[in-house]
Design a protein around this ligand. Structure first.
Ligand code: ZN
Ligand code: ZN
Ligand code: FE
Length: 764
């Protein structure tokens, strides 16, 4: 008996080779019918015998195309129509859009093979791609996803490309950006004035310049990179100088896995991540002796490594280059440059040459950065290859769409529609005017391509964050979410949890109450709200932001607290050259001039890093804690920790005094324990401090799930120690794995709190 089945598939199912896959599968099972893309996803109708239909459905569910992500499949039996063939029908645009845009993917192995096959017509073509790879998110400006709504619309396909594009059995069937030497974009080399450099082979010329130690701005997938020879001290030194980037590590691109292994220790798990279709930057323990310049990642234990992810990268890395620095092309704090004219304007003082192409990037995305922490890869930056893939919220309202505008630093935004939360690419520090423009652009772009019009805005409670100000300027109801509550709920959102937990937010800063800076917080919370159960004792932060840049200032504060009158002598001993500055700092504290109070765990790590003489200047955010972690990781762990002190504030709330930790640390250090050992013991102490605080809370309200989030948990050593310790005492521990623990995850946390409120109708 002949049957007919309508199948509706939603998820990331467009632009990932879904229709040719369905066509092929229908042919194999001798089924007739059709497949088409609509605004919901993919619609299929198949007609044939029951056994054939069952077999089709089984394969569709068990092994869909590699890059697709099926969220839902619906089956609706319909009347057989007696169709004779299986057809791929035109895309349909409908009113309600809920199709998911695919992120950009690295060049697939099939395309790499063709790229280096002299017999292939796309031999050495820098824009080769297919339905399994290539640009998506960065070139789309509207839906449904087809070529006319991408930046490839200005290139008309040649007959050969069109034939492939229209052949359902070809790998390039409806590969929207497909093209070739004849019909596609091209590359050219230009000097710092934008003058085209005459050469038959721009790639070879580019390689020659790199060999000569030149800095080249290379247009990639989501923006420009600044590239230079990572093995040359002179080239790297020049790049640091030009980019005004003192010590922050650079990422390098290497040709292949073997080359990666020469620079860093790479496990099998690392290999899978490095070589995944997303090709993120992976932080790996760097080898002591390698060919790369020590200036690439000075003072850092890790090296950020990535593999080539565009055809142009593959061509560039084919040469004699062992390792190229490939860093986001910008000045410090600015967003990555992505348009040819803008790149030339902003980068001509840094780059000697530009490798341009004329496939426009519609929306910029930086490289994603990930590292292994507590057994899993966790993001430090989630962007290219991952954004804007959505996640499902544990609480949502079908009635209201939400725009969560994120915090001010490391900004991302998040849009929700029903269950889906779309976290944007990385935007950056909004205090930079270019980044603020990028923020506005990202909101507009995502609202457009996702066709989501927000009804409600969620923002930080900090009144002066530029994102908060933006929120207030919109004519929409606002839900303000406390920064640390958002950090904790970002984990709850990821894990689909709505229960009450102990939230540990250890962070740089977040707006508290009465002008306090919070960042060492123990909350009891769920999606509905939070209570502050405990926190690190408040300390003055002399000079506000200035103290965040100068770790010795916080060292002074903590030494003073721990040692009282003895502190003068100690500070002289540890910081003999800072007498003058400390005199001013001391007056600032005494007279309470520009001395906000802070409970920031980030500042505590700064202080300890300075006391142990590991790092005395944060030339980039998080430097002192990162170098402290690096030092600690070098020492053998003896499980020793310095004493922790909790002070009862009545009603079950407590304050954590760190004086005994500082005391123990200083005596240990001056008593001639190596600084690495002291750093390791300090990490043990913080893990112990978190454990004792959580035990305190558990005694009062029997919560036994702990969420760890906030920027301090970018520290893998601390995260691992804390998780192990908590679990050994019977706690369940939840950590971020989809969004960063740092401020890049805050927009998701804001969104889920707002979604919970709306679903519980606290706001009408
Ligand atoms: Zn491909
Ligand atoms: Zn062509
Ligand atoms: Fe934060």
């Amino acid at each position: 008996m002949i049957e007919r089945l309508r199948i509706k598939v939603t998820g990331v199912v467009q632009g990932v080779g879904f229709r040719p896959f369905v066509y092929d599968l229908a042919a194999k099972n001798h089924l007739t019918g059709y497949v088409l893309n609509d605004s919901q996803g993919v619609e299929i109708e198949i007609e044939g015998g029951k056994a054939s239909i069952d077999s089709f459905v089984q394969t569709l569910q068990s092994s869909p195309p590699t890059l697709s992500r099926i969220k839902k499949i619906e089956f609706i039996p319909v009347e057989p129509e007696g169709t004779q063939s299986f057809d791929i029908l035109q895309s349909q645009k409908q009113d309600t859009q809920s199709v998911l845009i695919s992120p950009d993917y690295a060049t697939c192995p099939d395309c790499v093979n063709e790229l280096f096959d002299p017999a292939n017509r796309r031999y050495r073509f820098p824009f080769i791609n297919c339905t399994n790879c290539g640009p998506r998110y960065t070139i789309i400006y509207d839906l449904p996803y087809d070529r006319s709504r991408t930046t490839m619309n200005k290139f008309e396909m040649c007959p050969k490309c069109r034939a492939e594009y229209e052949d359902p059995l070809n790998r390039r069937f409806h590969a929207e950006p497909t093209c070739c030497h004849r019909c596609g974009p091209s590359i050219w080399l230009a000097d710092e004035n934008g003058q085209k450099v005459e050469t038959d082979d721009p790639i070879q010329s580019c390689l020659n310049y790199l060999k000569d130690g030149k800095i080249i701005a290379i247009k990639g997938l989501g923006g420009f990179h600044l590239a230079c020879d990572a093995t040359s001290n002179d080239a790297v030194r020049e790049l640091r100088k030009q980019k005004m980037r003192e010590e922050k590590p650079f990422a390098v691109m290497v040709q292949n896995m073997e080359a990666a292994k020469e620079l860093a220790t790479v496990t099998t798990q690392d290999e899978a991540t490095l070589d995944s279709p997303q090709k993120p930057i992976v932080l790996l323990p760097k080898k002591n002796k390698s060919i790369i310049s020590t200036l690439v990642a000075p003072k850092s234990r890790n090296l950020g490594i990535m593999l080539p992810y565009t055809p142009l990268h593959h061509l560039l890395m084919q040469g004699s280059n062992k390792a190229l620095i490939m860093t986001s092309a910008n000045l410090t704090d600015e967003p990555i440059a992505y348009q040819n004219d803008d790149a030339l304007k902003r980068l001509h003082t840094i780059a000697d040459y530009f490798l341009f192409h004329d496939r426009d990037i519609f929306i910029r995305t930086d490289d994603s950065v990930t590292h292994k922490s507590a057994g899993e890869y966790r993001f430090l930056r989630r962007s290219r290859g991952y954004a804007p893939f959505p996640m499902e919220l544990p609480a949502f309202s079908d009635k209201y769409n939400i725009l969560a505008v994120g915090p001010e630093l490391k900004n991302t935004i998040c849009l929700t529609q029903g269950k889906n939360a779309f976290v944007s690419h990385y935007i950056g520090d909004l205090r930079n005017a270019h980044a603020y423009q990028a923020f506005l652009q990202a909101i507009g772009h995502l609202e457009n391509v996702l066709e989501i019009t927000p009804d409600i805005i969620a923002c930080d409670t900090h009144p002066d964050y530029l994102s908060t100000r933006y929120a207030k300027e919109q004519d929409l109801p606002i839900i303000a979410v406390q920064h640390h509550h958002a950090h904790i709920t970002s984990v709850l959102a990821e894990k689909g949890r709505t229960d009450k937990v102990i939230g540990v937010s250890f962070d740089g800063l977040g707006w508290g109450e009465q002008d306090e800076i919070w960042g060492g917080e123990f909350l009891t919370c769920d999606l509905s709200g939070f209570e502050r159960a405990g926190h690190l004792e408040l300390e003055p932060q002399p000079g506000g932001d200035a103290a965040a840049k100068s770790p010795p200032r916080m060292a002074y504060v903590y030494l003073k607290r721990a040692f009282g009158d003895r502190a003068e002598k100690l500070t002289q001993e540890l910081f003999p050259d800072m007498e003058d500055e400390f005199r001013i700092v001391s007056q600032m504290i005494e007279k309470r001039i520009n001395c906000p109070l802070t409970s920031s765990a980030g500042r505590l790590f700064d202080a300890v890093s300075a006391i142990l003489q590991v790092c005395r200047k944060n030339t980039y955010e998080g430097q002192a804690p990162m170098e402290l972690e690096g030092g600690a990781a070098e020492a053998e762990d003896d499980n020793t920790s310095y004493p922790v002190e909790l002070i009862d504030n009545t009603n079950g709330a407590f304050t954590i005094r760190t004086s005994k930790i500082i005391h123990g640390l200083v005596e240990d250090f001056l008593g001639s324990s190596p600084r690495e050992v002291c750093a390791q013991r300090f990490h043990n102490s913080i893990a112990q401090l978190i454990l004792e605080s959580c035990q305190w809370i558990r005694r009062y309200n029997s919560l036994s799930t702990v969420v760890l989030s906030g920027g301090v948990f970018a520290n893998a050593l601390l995260t691992e120690k804390t998780k192990t310790l908590l679990e050994s005492e019977g706690f369940e521990v939840l950590l971020n794995s989809i969004v960063p623990a740092g401020d890049g995850g805050v927009s998701l946390g804001q969104a889920v709190v707002a979604a919970w409120k709306l679903s519980h109708k606290n706001i009408e």
